[in-house]
Design a protein around this ligand. Structure first.
Ligand code: FES
Length: 630
């Protein structure tokens, strides 16, 4: 029987599937959640997936549309010509005829990510880049035949002290109409007291902005009311670039080696951001055009791909970016569908892989204003570290891989309803209790709750509990001498059962395998050793506090993180989880322009340490792979 390799993204789940099976059968067999409201009867059109064309040496696959059966009549009806031309197919209709690399878009995933609705919102004074001015103008007459713009700009100069203003070209195009439809009473939005970016009829007393955090794996957006600075709606989505490479290095390679690769990576992320904008404004009854200002943060590679800047030099010593300084650019030039004249302020980057996201974390946490020696750990697909205080700040980036985000873990999933997020193991009976996202009670208390997989904080919990209970040893190997029906030794690698088949929505056991433990060891080894190298540079043995940033940091159990040695020891009560501090930094820069200046200054001041060039790093890394003895 012929079998073909099928890889699903962004989960990375893969397997050899019998020729002639439908994509839906493959997805079910591999545990990929697909939306199938009609149960596979080809009527709902929800199960769409996209075929990625071409060879991916990293995945060992050569995929193409011809590796599927031809589109059925129902697919033509439900998807339409355009979507089929873009490679979309219905999973329940298309059958497998060759190797396939498939991308499951957000809308086709049965389980969506749980979005932390807000970051921890710091209170700072409001000082946005936008200023609203209400003006009432005398209409033109034979005695006063000034042009519309001269009439408006002179009024703004006289009443608001705004001299020498410019007007956005597209706004100018609509000026005559807006003035007349408002009967010469209009609200004008002025950016940085320099440029008119909006003219609206009548008195408008609200304006809105958007803070975006472009992560390697996750996109986060915060729609803010610029009159209060508060988040009105928050959203998250997977960065669709993951199907072109899971880490920044492989994405840079794709951008450089594939014709139009850079354009493609830019387009897919902007498309996903536009989808997010639509959802956010829809949630609060606004229109995308109501967003008049945007701030963006992201690591250096995400920053370059978003701006369509050549990223090739980021991957080579001396890792020089195209630019460090902050950038202001029109939303329409980037294809971002908000108000077309809206300004997009992209925060500055530091160096190499330490980017604007790290700068945003700094302006949110302000270690440069404090005496305490703080270690800030931003956990994402890349781990970013900052160590220091008001005297000196060091930063570094380390390749943690996506294990802490639930990827590359056998039953890994994102923090969505049904994901195991907390685990406890009785050290004597080795019985397991777990709690899933979206449910307050633990597994034993409510039998009908079914687990669907394990998310990042769940895997930390599970491995820490396995270590404490002696199921794994400090070197990460399984202890084969323990006696428990949960320890499975018959497969290719040892596994420990966290959820029994009857507790699982997958209809089979959910386990933690030796490979999963290794992935956690690699990730924690990278973080721990990076922190040690920075501490040695500052000549310190201990830190005063640890700040865990990243939405994953919000749900992590501090004690368990210390059990695993994720970072150098610090009193548990001095470990603070602050959520998506990069997103919060983007919000602060959105609502207060002084924060933009602060970001530009700190980006120049902080000293970047390239860990891979540090002689002590390989040794520290090897030592940090082991878990602390329980
Ligand atoms: Fe409904 Fe495929 S599951 S169309």
């Amino acid at each position: 029987m012929t079998r073909h390799l099928v890889v699903f993204q962004p989960s990375g789940k893969r397997g050899r599937i019998r020729r002639g099976s439908s994509i839906l059968e493959a997805a079910r067999g591999l545990g990929v959640d697909l939306e199938t409201i009609c149960g596979g009867r080809q009527t709902c059109g929800k199960c769409r997936v996209r075929v990625e064309e071409g060879s991916r040496s990293a995945l060992g696959i050569s995929s193409g549309r011809r590796h599927l059966s031809p589109p059925t009549e129902r697919e033509w009806e439900l998807l339409g010509e355009m979507a089929i031309a873009q490679g979309y197919r219905l999973a329940c209709a298309a059958t497998i005829q060759g190797d396939l690399h498939l991308f499951v878009p957000e809308g086709s995933r049965a389980v969506r990510q749980v979005v932390p609705k807000t970051t921890i919102q710091r209170a700072i004074p409001l000082k946005p880049a936008l200023r609203r001015c209400y003006v009432e103008l005398p209409p033109p007459s034979l005695e006063d035949p000034r042009g519309d713009w001269e009439r408006l700009s002179q009024e703004l100069g006289r009443n608001f002290g705004l001299a020498g203003l410019d007007i956005d070209y597209q706004v100018l195009g609509r000026l005559a109409q807006e003035l007349r439809s408002g009967d010469w009473k209009v609200t004008v939005t002025v950016w940085h007291d320099r440029e008119v970016v909006k003219v609206e009829p009548g008195l408008v007393d609200k304006s809105y902005g958007l803070a975006l955090d472009i992560g390697t794996t996750t996109l986060a957006g915060y729609l803010c009311d610029l009159s209060s600075g508060q988040v009105m709606a928050a959203g998250a989505a997977l960065n669709p670039q993951v199907s072109y490479g899971e880490d920044v290095v492989s994405r840079i390679a794709y951008a450089m080696e594939t014709p139009q690769g850079l354009d493609r990576l830019h387009d897919v992320v902007v498309e996903a951001l536009n989808d997010m904008v639509r959802n956010l404004v829809g949630e609060v009854g606004l229109a995308a055009e109501d967003i008049s200002e945007v701030t963006v943060v992201g690591n250096t590679a995400m920053h370059h791909l978003f701006l369509r800047l050549d990223p090739r030099h980021l991957g080579r010593i001396p890792f020089a970016p195209t630019l460090h300084r902050p950038l202001d650019i029109k939303a329409r030039d980037l294809g971002l569908r908000v108000h077309p004249a809206a300004n997009v302020h992209v925060l500055p980057i530091e160096a190499g892989f330490v980017g604007a996201d790290n700068v945003a974390v700094l302006i949110a946490e302000e270690p440069y204003n404090q005496e305490e020696m703080a270690l800030i750990v931003d956990i994402g697909t890349n781990g970013e570290l900052v160590l220091g205080n008001r005297q000196r700040l060091l930063s570094a980036s380390c390749a943690t891989g996506p294990a802490f985000e639930g990827a590359h873990i056998r039953f890994g999933m994102r923090a969505a309803p049904g994901a195991i997020e907390k685990v406890s193991i009785d050290p004597h009976s080795l019985e397991v209790g777990f709690k899933v996202v979206g449910e307050e009670r633990w597994s034993g208390e409510r039998p009908e709750v079914k687990a669907r997989g394990i998310c990042g904080s769940g895997i930390i919990d599970a491995v820490a509990e396995m270590l404490k209970a002696g199921i794994i040893k400090p070197n990460g190997t399984f202890n084969r001498d323990i006696s428990s029906p949960r320890l499975l030794l018959g497969g290719t690698e040892p596994e420990f059962v966290i959820a029994r088949a009857q507790e699982s929505a997958l209809g089979r056991e959910i386990t933690v395998s030796q490979g999963d433990v290794r992935a956690v060891q690699l990730a924690k080894g990278a973080l721990y050793s990076g922190a040690r190298v920075l501490m040695a540079k500052l000549g310190i043995q201990r830190v005063d506090k640890v700040v865990l940033a990243g939405s994953f940091g919000l749900s992590i159990d501090r004690e368990k993180a210390l059990t695993l040695g994720l970072f150098p020891y610090c009193e548990p009560e001095r470990v603070h989880c602050v959520g998506n501090a990069a997103g919060e930094g983007a919000r602060l820069a959105l609502i207060n322009v002084d924060k933009r200046r602060e970001a530009a200054e700190v980006a120049r001041w902080v000293e970047y340490v390239e860990l891979t060039l540090e002689p002590s790093f390989p040794e520290e890394f090897a030592a940090a792979m082991a878990f602390p003895a329980p």
